[in-house]
Design a protein around this ligand. Structure first.
Ligand code: 3HC
Length: 329
């Protein structure tokens, strides 16, 4: 695998001969599918890549709570409100697992959260789009969590032990997220009036392409993929996972009786996959630069939440110290 990457020149990676003895032993451990644990030696670049990816994954989980939180008070029934609250609480838990996995690499949680607030760290582009109707909540569950599942199921096999184990736990909860979103849309399409059916199609029209962008830039424009795949942090490429998501989602779209905003979307029997239109990469990179519909609002809300919660954290630390002193006495 590693040698192939070097041969194809996907990106100039160190050849095994160019590695130090320690780096070669590390790569051989990776290639033998032995998980890397926090106590094992690792190249600093491996450590930094994981801190980058896991911190941004955790930020995505926490920021991802905001577009859905916007609809808790407006859920159409108690059942829908309970489902949505359960999902949002799950996402908070996912963020905590991932921040904890990140900390095993020696990263500091407050530092990484400050990097989010200062715009130095990213979170998934999809969360910079607004949720304008109740159908958006269904589409977020179905498309956004659906895309996250495709990515996260594969991440369960990532080479870093704590990240892999966090993914196994997170994936168990994600399938409920995706199913409840799809059931919202199916209910609206089967039992709703025309206005509600139009609301579903409108949500899909707005969230379809941003959901495809969740998988990252095309492989040829991904600066991190080659090395991440050589280290088996990333097990499949951005384009492979995007294609898998489209192939599994189009039949669900058809069952809804809806269409995608992509006239080029059609089954290619020769390829055994759906062909699809050109992703608007300008839009993707604008959102990454902070110029999406909700970027400012999302970061400001997160910064405010951290400030508002400072007293809770101070009280918890004071209580823990008092308890520790009492036990030590
Ligand atoms: N949104 C924001 N930034 C993105 C992005 C997106 N959709 N796709 C790529 N990027 C960024 C990358 O972070 C990288 O920037 P950086 O070097 O400053 O970090 C740059 O664009 C180039 O992309 P690469 O493909 O080279 O970067 P990666 O190899 O890191 O691949 C990734 C990107 C596929 C998102 C990978 O980081 C990954 O698999 N991350 C873990 C999964 C994740 O973060 N998912 C986000 C959604 S979580 C979620 O939806 C929660 C669910 O419960 C709803």
């Amino acid at each position: 695998m590693y040698a192939q990457l070097v041969e194809t020149g996907v990106k100039r990676l160190k050849t095994l001969d160019e590695m130090s003895e320690q780096e070669r032993a590390f790569q051989e451990r990776i290639d033998a599918e032995i998980k890397i644990e926090a106590k094992n030696w690792m190249p600093d670049a491996y450590r930094q890549t994981l801190i980058r990816q896991i911190s941004q994954h955790a930020h995505s989980e926490i920021v991802g709570m905001l577009p859905e939180g916007n609809w808790v008070t407006r859920a159409p029934s108690l059942k829908r409100k309970l489902q949505l609250m359960a999902k949002i609480q799950d996402e908070a838990g996912h963020g905590l697992y991932l921040y904890s996995a990140m900390e095993t690499l020696g990263a500091d949680r407050d530092t990484e959260i400050e990097r989010l607030h200062s715009g130095k760290a990213k979170y998934s582009s999809i969360f910079n789009y607004p949720t304008l109707s109740w159908a958006d909540i269904g589409a977020v569950g179905w498309l956004v969590d659906g895309a996250a599942i495709v990515n996260q199921v594969v991440l369960q096999r990532t080479s870093y032990g704590p990240y892999s184990r966090a993914m196994i736990r997170i994936c168990k909860e994600e399938s409920f997220h995706q199913r409840q979103g799809y059931e919202i849309l199916l209910t609206m399409m089967r039992e709703g009036n025309q206005a509600q059916k139009d609301m579903v199609q409108d949500a899909i029209n707005r969230l379809w392409w941003p959901s495809l962008m969740m998988f990252g830039p095309s492989d040829e424009h991904s600066p991190n993929s080659a090395q991440s795949m050589a280290w088996k942090i990333k097990r499949q490429s951005n384009d492979e996972l995007r294609q898998r998501f489209i192939d599994q989602t189009v039949p669900q779209l058809e069952l809804l009786g809806c269409t995608a905003p992509d006239p080029e979307l059609k089954w290619n029997a020769e390829r055994g996959h759906y062909d699809f239109g050109q992703i608007q990469w300008d839009e993707f990179y604008e959102v990454l630069k902070g110029n999406g519909p909700c970027n400012q609002e999302r970061v400001a809300t997160r910064r405010q939440a951290i400030e508002d919660g400072a007293w809770v954290r101070a009280a918890a630390v004071a209580h823990a110290k008092k308890k520790a002193n009492k036990n030590a006495a």
